[in-house]
Design a binder for this molecule. Sequence first.
Ligand code: GLU
Length: 469
Amino acid sequence: MSQTVTRFAPSPSGYLHIGGARTALFSWLYARHMKGRFVLRIEDTDAVRSTRESVDAIFEALNWLGMAWDEGPFFQSERFHLYEAFLKKLIDSGQAYYCTCSSEKVELMRKRAMEAGGKPKYDGSCREKGLSKSKDSVIRFKSPLLGATVLEDVVKGRIVFQNQEMDDFIIQRSDGMPTYNFAVVVDDITMGINTVLRGDDHVMNTPKQILLYKALDSPLPTFGHVPMVLGHDRTRLSKRHGAMSVTAYRDMGYLPQAVLNYLVRLGWSYGDQEFFTVDELISKFDIKNLGRSAGVFNPEKLLALNAEHIKATPPEKLAPHLLPFLKQRGYPAEKGQYLNNVIATLKLRSKTLVEMAESASFYYVDKPDYDSKAVKTFLKADIIEVLEMLADKLEQAEDLSVEIQEKAFGEVLETTGIKFGKVAQPVRVAITGKTVSPGIFEMIETLGKDRTILRLRAAIDLIKSPQGE
Ligand code: GLU
């Protein structure tokens, strides 16, 4: 068996959306799994709808997801010479012909065919006329009139299309543009693509493409048409169901590996396993396990999976993903041990990187943002003595390792007779300004001695000040 070659062929008329990313993912994973190649092709023959911004947005999203392509990007708009050469082949071999029927005339034919109880079809008026190219001529493919075209689909199984139902479809428009079905086949043949995975919105195109492969004497690729992704109401996924663009999830603080993991499960399964690392997906992904029923996009599940991936990812690997969010907030964060420690204290409690960056605030500001209710409830005069004693003890300590802190806290509790539960919240509020934070000891160890002492003393001053209690 020759090397597996898959492709992703987006039309650049918008951002990369969830559904497109999932199709790309299946093709990318399969190429990786089979140690094959993954080709990126930009289908930009529609000059009106295709934009450079969309192309860049697609690259950006694929890069963020880590789906590197091995070949391309190829642009259909740069391949017209090839389409011309293949059109000529079909014309010369009598398998395609010029047609000069006006669109009104074709419309009428279609109407008549429908009235006669058939499919709306072109009636083949120019099929045997032997016309040459002229100003308004299109090129049509000479479809077989009888027999059937069979699609052996790895997802949908065998689908038989009666050739009678197909008409002589256009392969080149009068403006010289190849049609989608024709350009795709020429590209897939010349790029050596042998596995075509795409959305099942294309399944009705496939028999036409199969006919073109046959006319061009080329072996058929393996086809797999995956069901569309649906929203919670089981209609086709759209903006109504939430953010659709892949990079919107990046901006909301999702990890690319979590998005990949979620996307793959919308149409592929491996027993009932839900959590996969990217390496695991590469080793386990097979097109045999692509599902026939449509996946339903569930933002809560994606969020839960993101939290799991954050938990499972080591701090130094989370750091580059978190940094932009910290910088966005104006924190002087840099990669390094301090950031890794900060992340270690927060990663079990953050569902997104946005949440993590918000919770990290107290590690990066000089003065924590005090929550007034928390201050009022926990920073009261009766705690001054404890805070002072604690600040003194910690100040004398060599460093603020967890053991040293435990010892210092222990001594303070013993001397004052207060329970840890009574001290914990005031200390937490003193240090973070809030009532919710990472564990006291790990947080203090991360924050470091100077800042901890400064904050304990600032809290004492706050209590003593006229605005305090
Ligand atoms: N350009 C097509 C689309 O965006 C995909 C074509 C294909 O995969 O064959 O839907």
